[in-house]
Every structure is written in structure tokens, then in C-alpha cells.
Design a protein around this ligand. Structure first.
Ligand SMILES: [Zn+2]
Length: 361
């Protein structure tokens, strides 16, 4: 098969999965205790784990310190260390506060370690130009973050215009009616998450061929995260399952609606949390199970993680299918992924750009 592509990851961030509900604090821990250099070294480990799992290309969407993703990308391209091909975003553009909770005035300087704050269309254009100068291959925008002010339609249009003029695509983190509509109207290339999105926005996405990147999780994955290596009590488990179910049902429903309306889907894990006993690559591939649970066919899932993702990354002329003239990124898996999609979680042969990375007998 073609090498797998994860269109939404964060190789320079690792949060404790058991603290999935305290992400504000985890983010503060990272920016106050880990230098970008340290995060790039963490990224070196996670990049190897991704590649060994058969993920030969990723789009890394921010939370990388100041341009740590560019450093990791370039190091991999130079052959200094093994890892997937990286399409890097540099710092995400966001309205004040980024994805931090409310911080004291003294602490607000930390925000610029992770996000570039934009205020108005002109500053949005400037932020895109800065990202391009910093080495970005794509632009990530947090349309709605933790604060109460979202990126506006005018700002979003300025970002898309500036990025597209440079031949670079725009990924928009957006959840809910208003934010997804802003992103779709502005003509971004992908909407990330969109756990809540109305049908008229999905129709607009289908018409403009804007990708949905559904960064969904299965209940099992959520439980593994929350409890870590600890065994939950029966009461804890039933409480978590009750809380998770309504959310999971509505997220599955939106993926089914998107498919029905013809929205193109690219696979993206958004994996930045530790899962007990799993490498980053293994944890990332679990997102494919959530697609199966939502009713995507195995072939739809394979395409989402190969040819569709390649198209979203603008790499469809080089990656995503097995054809003469394409780069030799390929994997082999035991079993038939068109019968059981979890076969993709067990690649035993991985080749990137003609070089064998893994070959298990
Ligand atoms: Zn993300």
C-alpha cells in the first residue's frame, strides 16, 4: 500500500493522557519547562515512532514552540534522523489568548511561544508572511480558541488570500456553527475537528471541496487515555461511558452527514496525548477505528489516509497512490485492510522514499 499520511499531528507536544481534562495546565507546563530545543528532541523520538508505524508523511499543525517543527522537518530531510516527511505549520495564528485559558498579564508573554496573535486583517496578513519567512509549508489558524473573541471573517479572508498567493494551504481549527462557517466562507483548505457543524456549512465545504479532518476518538481510546495504566473501577467506567456517549454519537452523526453531502475527508489524529503501552504512531492510527465506528467503509478510510490526505497536503503528484513516477513511500500490513481496517495498525514493512525503514519477517 502507499505510506500512510496523518494530516493533523503535533510531533513537538506530548501531554499526559490522564490529564486530558486539564489541558490548560499541561500547556503551561510545556511552555514553562520545555525549551523549543527540548521539544524538537522529543519530536525526534515521536517522528521515529510515527514512521515505524507506517506513517510516512504528516502535516504538523502547531504547538511546536517557535518553529521547532521546521527544525525537525529539515533535520529529517537532511537525513540526520529517521522520521516522516513533515508539512510544517510553524506557530498557529489565533485571536488573543490562543488556546490558553485566561492568564495573568505577566504570563501572557508565554502565548507568543505557541501562537501568533492577530488583530485585524492587516495583522493577519503580516502573520502569514512571518510564517512563510519562518519556513511554514502551510498555515494553521485557530478560528475559535479558548477566549471569547474568534478570528473574524475579514481576518480569515486575508489569511487565505495571503497564503494562497504564496501557494500555501490553510488549515482551520473550528468547532461550532459560527467558526466553521467563517472558515468555509473564507475558503480555507481544511477544517479541523468540526465536532459541531451545521449541514449548510457541510454543503459549502462539499461545493468548495474543503476537506474535513475528523480528529475523532473511540471510547476505548478515551478510556485508555484517562486511566493510563491504572485499572478503573466499574463505577468509574460507567460514569465515563455515560459522559462520552452523547458526544461520540453526535460526532459520528456529523461524519455521516459530511460523507452523505460529499465533503472530502482526510485522516488526522490530532494525537498529542500519551496512551499506555502505545507508541505515538500506534496511538495516531487508532483514529482510523473511530472512522470505522462512524460507518466509513474500509476503502473510504484507506483513501482518507492516503490519496485524499496527499491531495489536502498538495502532494498528490508525488504521494498517496502506488504508481510509476510517484515517490516510493510504501508499507505492507498483515491481512487485508479492506476486510479489517485495524490491519493498518500493524505495518511490518515500511519504505520511505525508496529506503527500507522497517522489515519484520
Ligand atoms: Zn491539533
Amino acid at each position: 500500500m502507499p505510506g500512510l499520511i496523518d494530516a493533523h499531528t503535533h510531533l513537538l507536544s506530548e501531554m499526559d493522557g490522564t490529564k486530558v481534562n486539564e489541558q490548560d495546565l499541561e500547556m503551561l507546563r510545556i511552555v514553562t519547562t520545555q525549551s523549543t530545543a527540548e521539544r524538537a528532541l522529543l519530536g525526534a523520538r515521536l517522528a521515529r515512532e510515527e514512521l515505524e508505524s507506517g506513517i510516512t508523511t504528516v502535516r504538523d499543525l502547531g504547538n511546536s514552540g517557535v518553529n521547532g517543527d521546521v527544525a525537525l522537518r529539515d533535520a529529517i530531510n537532511r537525513g540526520w534522523l529517521p522520521g516522516p516527511r513533515i508539512v510544517a505549520a510553524t506557530r498557529a495564528l489565533a485571536s488573543p489568548g490562543g488556546q490558553f485559558g485566561r492568564l495573568t498579564p505577566e504570563a501572557q508573554k508565554l502565548i507568543e511561544q505557541e501562537y501568533v496573535t492577530i488583530n485585524g486583517p492587516q495583522s493577519a496578513r503580516q502573520a502569514v508572511r512571518q510564517a512563510l519567512y519562518d519556513g511554514a509549508d502551510c498555515i494553521k489558524v485557530i478560528v475559535n480558541g479558548a477566549g471569547r473573541s474568534n478570528v473574524t471573517l475579514d481576518e480569515m479572508k486575508a489569511i487565505v488570500e495571503e497564503a494562497h498567493a504564496a501557494g500555501v494551504k490553510v488549515a482551520a481549527h473550528a468547532i461550532g456553527d459560527a467558526a466553521t462557517r467563517t472558515a468555509a466562507e473564507a475558503g480555507v483548505d481544511s477544517i479541523e475537528h468540526a465536532y459541531v457543524v451545521p449541514d449548510d456549512v457541510l454543503k459549502m465545504m462539499a461545493q468548495k471541496q474543503i476537506f474535513l479532518v475528523p480528529t475523532d476518538a473511540t471510547l476505548q481510546q478515551y478510556e485508555d487515555m484517562l486511566f493510563g495504566s491504572r485499572q478503573p473501577t466499574a463505577e468509574e467506567r460507567s460514569r465515563i461511558e455515560k459522559g462520552f456517549k452523547p458526544m461520540a454519537d453526535s460526532v459520528r452523526d456529523r461524519l455521516q452527514r459530511a460523507l452523505k453531502l460529499g465533503v472530502p475527508i482526510a485522516a488526522g489524529s490530532d494525537m498529542y496525548l500519551t496512551l499506555p503501552g502505545k507508541s505515538r504512531g500506534q496511538a495516531s492510527l487508532m483514529v482510523l477505528e473511530s472512522y470505522a465506528e462512524a460507518g466509513m467503509t474500509p476503502m473510504q478510510i484507506v483513501r482518507a489516509a492516503t490519496s485524499n490526505a496527499a491531495k489536502l497536503l498538495g502532494l498528490q503528484n508525488r504521494l498517496g497512490v502506488l504508481e510509476p513516477g510517484k515517490l516510493a513511500d510504501l508499507i505492507a500490513v498483515p491481512g487485508d485492510p479492506l476486510k479489517d481496517i485495524t490491519a493498518l495498525e500493524h505495518a511490518n514493512f515500511v519504505m520511505k522514499d525508496g529506503v527500507v525503514v522497517k522489515h519484520q519477517k
